[in-house]
Every structure is written in structure tokens, then in C-alpha cells.
Ligand binder design. Structure first.
Ligand code: ZN
Length: 132
């Protein structure tokens, strides 16, 4: 992680507010989650099936740092490859969970980055995000 990515996330962090609803990257499934609490270090969210799930700010920072380091811009988008099983997950999922108690979190982080114009997401097929 680096200062630039930290600054980028700090700038948008104030836009995240209790009560907001976001849609998961896989538009076909259309699952949503809601922000129920936020502070300087984490947000807490709820889904239809689980409540009070913590997402650490460092996971957001490491996500954009990974995309930048690997030059995942529009014509070199990155597969999400998320899985609850770490061994089945791809490097983007692993990087973010390394900063989130090894709990899969990329599908919650990307919609928030998308809504803040930091990443683009093609939710129609392979779910490949890229950095703006
Ligand atoms: Zn960085």
C-alpha cells in the first residue's frame, strides 16, 4: 500500500454513510447490501443473510493499490475471482482479504469504489473491474 492510494480512499471515505445501499458486482444476481455503521477504520454492513460484517478501510486501500501496481486499467481489466475459499480465489480477492482478517470482501469493496468513480466494473459477464 502507498500514500497515494491511502489518500484516494480517505477522500471518498466521507461519502460512505449509514443507510446507503449498494449492489454487488454480479448484476445478474443483483444482491444488495446496506451500510449500517462507519468510522475512520471500517464500515459495517448487512446483507439479506448476514448482519454486522466488518470491512476494514485497509482492504479498500490495498484493492486500488493492487489494481494500480498491476496496471489494471480499462483495456487490461482484472478478474474478481472471489471465493470464500482462499485457495480458489484470485490475487485481487486475496490482496483485499489479507487486509480484512482473511475474510472475502472484494464484492463489497468494488461497488463502493464504483459509486465513487474510482473503478469501472463490467458486471455482465466475467466481472472484471478496472481502475479509472
Ligand atoms: Zn498505492
Amino acid at each position: 500500500m502507498c500514500k497515494t492510494c491511502e489518500d484516494t480512499i480517505n477522500k471518498i471515505w466521507q461519502n460512505i454513510a449509514q443507510g446507503q445501499t449498494y449492489r454487488m458486482p454480479d448484476l445478474n444476481r443483483g444482491a444488495t447490501f446496506r451500510v449500517i455503521d462507519v468510522n475512520k477504520e471500517w464500515i459495517k454492513i448487512s446483507t439479506q443473510t448476514a448482519q454486522n460484517i466488518l470491512k476494514l478501510k485497509n482492504a479498500f486501500i490495498s484493492t486500488i493499490h493492487y489494481l494500480k501496481e498491476n496496471k489494471h486499467y480499462k483495456y487490461n481489466s482484472c478478474e474478481i475471482r472471489s471465493s470464500n475459499d482462499r485457495n480458489l480465489s484470485g490475487p485481487l480477492c486475496q490482496t483485499s482479504r489479507d487486509n480484512n482478517y482473511n475474510v472475502c470482501c472484494i464484492n463489497y469493496i468494488l461497488p463502493i469504489l464504483f459509486c465513487n468513480n474510482i473503478v469501472g466494473i463490467d458486471g455482465n459477464r466475467l466481472n472484471k473491474p478496472w481502475l479509472f
